[in-house]
Write a protein that binds this ligand. Structure first.
Ligand SMILES: Nc1ncnc2c1ncn2[C@@H]1O[C@H](COP(=O)(O)OP(=O)(O)OP(=O)(O)O)[C@@H](O)[C@H]1O
Ligand SMILES: [Mg+2]
Length: 467
């Protein structure tokens, strides 16, 4: 895969590059935590070693009487231990070896018997940050002979130089470790994560270009991890999508066929209507009785063709969602329904809008209107004399109920609820009203369900998102 692929992020934006930088930063941070105590430890050992060396040097003259200490020996000892002076104290015995050039001042005193972790760290950083050489007086006990207190006077600068050299080594080592770790991480991430992700993206793209092509369905690996699961889910999704597309294609073809049938049927019906008109002129009472029934049957046939055609050819229009007051939509549906004349004539029909005025929702009002009209019309056609619409709202849902006092849904209808063409149990019904209602509600991110049905009536419940 080339880097010019528009679906690949730029090199510095890629996951692996970001992780590379993060790893280097984190390892360096971790190294800082290791470095701080170790540089303090380094300084402590340095000073302890000086004390031990100074003590060893004094052993040479320890047993001589103080006045016999010869000056030349003293100077040599001070030179080999890099100190200005050494003092030894044991009980009441005291030995002092001091060269001619005793330092004029002491800038700082450190006692190695101090037992504080943070104290050592602080002292180490004091040393590292010094610009000038300081003269230090170091007091300590030699491990060789407990109870003997040794004091030395020394320059700080050489110790600081060694500490800086130590820091430098640690820094280089840390950098090497972090680059090495980051490199390994980069490679494993590339192999385990980024490459499979790219493969998934490429698979999606390939499929998008020609979803009807079976061979383009993603071939998942059998990895047990999250990537493997994503791959398998993708394959399943593509498979199902392909089936759905094929189904849609079939419906579209059906739509085309229906259009043709519809056209021919209309012509036949037009001819039949002409003949019907001629027949209506007849004086025969039997003919007079039958002709209106024939016209009604033909009307229904035309209607059926029209509705089927609508459904087969219509793709779901894009929603034009606005903030609407629910009560207004319900009211409009009621107006339409009470003005329409139900099949078979003027049975009383009452539409009771019980939706509180303040309830609003984000919806395409024209589409929502169809939902309430379809539900209301079904109730009326089933023989209900009144339909109530209620709504309650809480923080995350708006529940709307359409409750009628009709005879309940027939078994045929409940068994094939929301299935196109299959759910109709009504003469002249297409079985599309509920299907369309559900499509609209789904497009709005809601749900519709049959909440109750029985001899005392039927209730459909809608769950919508409040605005
Ligand atoms: N409120 C109701 N009370 C009783 N039966 C109902 C009710 N609503 C729907 N039905 C039943 O469910 C069936 C399916 O309804 P649907 O609206 O989907 O199709 P239809 O009304 O038959 O045809 P159309 O496409 O013209 O609406 C109806 O035929 C009817 O038998
Ligand atoms: Mg209907």
């Amino acid at each position: 895969m080339s880097d010019s692929n528009p679906h690949l992020p730029k090199a510095h934006q890629s996951l692996s590059a970001r992780l590379l930088v993060l790893t280097v930063a984190f390892v360096m941070l971790a190294e800082l935590f290791i470095y701080t105590p170790s540089v303090a430890r380094f300084r402590k050992s340095y000073l302890e070693e000086r004390i031990v060396r100074a003590h060893l040097a004094t052993l040479a003259i320890e047993n001589m009487p103080e006045q016999a200490t010869d000056d030349k020996l003293g100077k040599t000892l001070l030179m080999t231990t890099d100190t200005y002076a050494i003092a030894l104290r044991q009980n009441d015995r005291r030995i002092l070896i001091a060269g001619g050039e005793m330092p004029p001042r002491v800038d700082a005193v450190y006692d190695l018997r101090m037992n504080s972790f943070w104290g050592w760290i602080e002292d180490a950083f004091m040393t590292l940050t010094q610009q000038e050489n300081r003269i230090l007086r170091i007091v300590g006990e030699t491990p060789k002979r407990p109870g003997v207190q040794v004091e030395i006077y020394m320059d700080e600068a050489p110790m600081r130089d060694e500490m800086l050299a130590f820091s430098h080594r640690i820094f280089q080592l840390s950098l090497a470790i972090s680059l090495f770790t980051a490199g390994l991480l980069y490679i494993s991430l590339m192999l385990m994560f980024v490459r499979p992700m790219r493969r998934i993206t490429a698979g999606m793209e390939r499929f998008r270009r020609a979803p009807e092509d079976e061979t383009r369905i993603f071939k998942p690996s059998d990895r047990p991890d999250e990537i493997g699961i994503a791959q398998r889910e993708l394959a399943v999704m593509q498979h199902e999508l392909r089936l759905a597309l094929r189904q849609k294609d079939r419906l579209a073809m059906l739509g085309a066929a229906v259009t043709k049938v519809n056209h021919d049927l209309r012509n036949s019906l037009a001819t039949a209507m002409l003949i019907g008109d001629r027949l209506a002129a007849s004086d025969d009472p039997d003919v007079q009785r039958l002709v209106p029934r024939m016209f009604r049957a033909m009307d229904r046939a035309v209607n059926l063709c029209g509705q089927t055609l609508d459904y087969a050819s219509a793709t779901m229009p894009t929603l034009n969602a606005k903030r609407n007051r629910l009560t207004e939509i319900v009211h409009m549906a009621g107006e339409t329904l009470t003005q329409e004349h139900p099949d078979g004539g003027g049975k009383p029909f009452q539409w009771r809008n019980e939706v509180p005025d303040e309830i609003c929702l984000m919806a395409d009002a024209a589409q929502m209107l169809r939902v309430f009209e379809n539900l209301g019309r079904n109730a009326r056609e089933a023989g209900a004399s009144s339909v109530r619409v209620t709504a309650t709202e809480d923080a995350d849902a708006l529940i709307v109920e359409v409750i009628d006092d009709g005879p309940g849904m027939p078994e045929q209808a409940t068994e094939h609820l929301f299935q196109p063409f299959a759910g109709s149990a009504r003469e002249g019904g297409t079985g599309l009203g509920l299907v369309i209602a559900r499509e609209v509600i789904h497009a709005h991110g809601g749900e519709i369900a049959l909440a109750a049905t029985g001899a005392e009536g039927t209730t459909f419940r809608l769950r919508l998102t409040p605005a």
